[in-house]
Design a protein around this ligand. Structure first.
Ligand code: FES
Length: 83
C-alpha cells in the first residue's frame, strides 16, 4: 500500500465512544488517525479521508464509531463486531 494514499481507515478501537454531546456542530474523524478521537484533528492530511460534519440539536448521549467501519457514521452500527 502506498503511504501517501491510504484507502482503508485505521481501526482506532473496536468499540464505540459513548459520550454526551452538547448542541452544536462536530467533525468526526473518518480516517482513524486523529489523536483527538472521535473528532478530527487534521491527521487525515495526505489520505483519501475527510472528516464527517454532523449536528447535534440538543444535549444527548451518543455512541460514536471508533472502528471507522460503521455504515451509519459517525454513529456506531455494531460493525466493529465483524472486524
Ligand atoms: S484526522 Fe481523521 S478525518 Fe481528520
Amino acid at each position: 500500500m502506498s503511504e501517501s494514499i491510504v484507502s482503508e481507515p485505521t481501526i482506532f478501537d473496536k468499540k464505540p465512544m459513548v459520550m454526551t454531546l452538547e448542541a452544536g456542530s462536530y467533525h468526526w474523524c473518518s480516517c482513524g488517525l486523529s489523536a483527538n478521537q472521535p473528532f478530527c484533528d487534521g491527521g487525515h492530511k495526505g489520505t483519501a479521508f475527510k472528516p464527517v460534519t454532523f449536528e447535534i440539536a440538543e444535549s444527548k448521549q451518543v455512541a460514536l464509531c471508533l472502528c471507522k467501519h460503521s455504515g451509519n457514521a459517525p454513529f456506531c452500527d455494531g460493525s466493529h463486531a465483524k472486524l
